[in-house]
Structures are given as C-alpha cells and as structure tokens.
Design a protein around this ligand. Structure first.
Ligand code: F6R
Length: 242
C-alpha cells in the first residue's frame, strides 16, 4: 500500500484528483469506479476545474459507481445518480451513456444486481476504484458483519449508516433502509484502489482497517490483501498510524 499524507482536506482532494486524472490521461477509455459521500466532493470539484482548463478529457471514460439507494429515483436529490450528475458528470464531457449506477427503481432486485455485474464485466473490470470509508469500516455499502460478497447485492443498511446519512434527509425516517452495492469481491478486482479519508473522525477506523486483522467486522480491512492500494489521507485521518 502506498500512503499519501496531505496537510488538510483540500490538499487531499487535489492529490487524489491528481491520481485519477493521471489514470484518465494515460488510458482515456479507462473504467473509473466512483464513490459518493462527503469526502469525494472536493475531488470532483478539482477534476471539474482541470477539465474546464483543458487538462483532462473524459470523452472516452466509463464510470461505474459503487452503490445506490433502493427506492430512490434518479431525480430524487438524495439519490446517488443525482449526486453524481450534480457534482461531476454534468460539468465534464463524460458521455451520459458511459456513466453507470445501480438503478434504485429496478423492479427485480436479483436481476438488477446481475445486470450491474454484467455492466462491469462487459467493460472488462475497473481500472481505478475511488473509495471513501465509513466510520464503521464500510466500503461501498458493505457493512460490518456481512460476508465478503463477490458481486453486486442488496444490503440492509446498518443503523449507524442510516443515522450518519440522515444528515442529508429531512428526517431519519426518510433514509432508505436498503441499498445496492458492489461487493467487496468486485472492489478487490479493481486493478487499483484509491481510498480517501479526511478528519480525525476517520483516524481510528483507518488504523483498524490497515493495521488490524482482516475481518468482515471491518470491511475495509480486506484491502490489506489488494496489491495496489493508494491511501490518500490528511494528517488528522492518518494521525493514529502514520
Ligand atoms: C459512497 C459510499 C460510502 C462512503 C462512506 C464515507 O458511495 O460508498 O461507503 O464512501 O460512507 O462517506 P463520507 O465520505 O460521507 O464520510
């Protein structure tokens, strides 16, 4: 694992955006695995800025996102499709048809999981997967205690995740209870993983994930077995182990 320690959140975003844009420059038709949440927002802002300056071109790039809430329509402002359109896709020249997320409104859950796995397979896997990390160690929505699943599946969200995500909804009852997520197996098959983390609140879980035992109780710990992980974290997030 390579660790890039940055002085603060903005510096972390810039360095992570550097890694992602280098990937796109070296392989314009690469497949980027993308994440939502608070942490990547500045990364997307930086990529948009560099796109507008003409430094990076997404016209051939394909994206596959980690996850989507079950039951939310793409135009629901809390859906991850909406987040990606709003924070990234509509500001750059990635082709809409090249952007993929699970469909929160799909009728058959098993069919939707199989469809999403097929999308990843048809594009010959993920070149670079961007990840955030939950306070409980989740990556995507692979929650503690769930088996290390291979493909996309539908997961019941942990109470701690529901309450962490409730800040985006008018009340906790509105937070969806289920989500589609890529399994840890699919994440592990990405050729390179870039995990970003910021703030003291992530320090303990980063320590547990990268220096503790590999266990489904700490889903991100599986990344210890991946041979190409770049951890980009700010000083506060890395304070307990680097
Ligand atoms: C988002 C995702 C989640 C987040 C995690 C951290 O697509 O898969 O695993 O990366 O919940 O979220 P933030 O960045 O808001 O702390």
């Amino acid at each position: 694992m390579r660790i890039v320690k940055t002085k603060d959140y903005n510096d972390m975003c810039r360095k992570a955006a550097n890694v992602l844009s280098a990937q796109v420059i070296l392989k314009p038709d690469c497949v980027l695995g993308l994440a939502t949440g608070s942490t990547p927002l500045g990364v997307y802002r930086q990529l948009v800025e560099w796109y507008k300056k003409g430094d990076v071109d997404f016209s051939e790039t394909v994206s596959v996102n980690l996850d989507e809430y079950v039951g939310l329509a793409p135009d629901n402002s809390q859906s991850y499709r909406y987040y990606m359109n709003d924070n990234f896709f509509r500001h750059v020249n990635i082709k809409p048809e090249n952007t993929h997320l699970p469909n929160g409104l799909a009728v058959g859950k098993a069919e939707e999981c199989a469809r999403y796995d097929a999308v990843i397979r048809e594009h010959k896997g993920i070149d670079m997967q961007l990840l955030g990390i939950g306070h409980n160690g989740h990556i995507g929505f692979n929650e503690p205690g769930t088996a290390f699943e291979n493909g996309t599946y539908c997961v019941a969200l942990a109470e701690s995740t529901i309450s962490a995500n409730s800040r985006f909804f008018s009340n906790e009852a509105d937070v969806p209870r289920f989500a589609y997520t890529m399994g840890t197996g699919a994440i592990m098959q990405a050729r390179r993983v870039v995990l970003i983390a910021s703030g003291a609140g992530k320090a303990q879980i980063l320590k547990d994930s990268f220096t503790g035992p590999v266990t489904p109780q700490v889903p991100a710990s599986i990344l210890q077995l991946h041979n190409d992980v770049i951890l980009v974290g700010d000083e506060e997030a890395l304070s307990l182990f680097v």
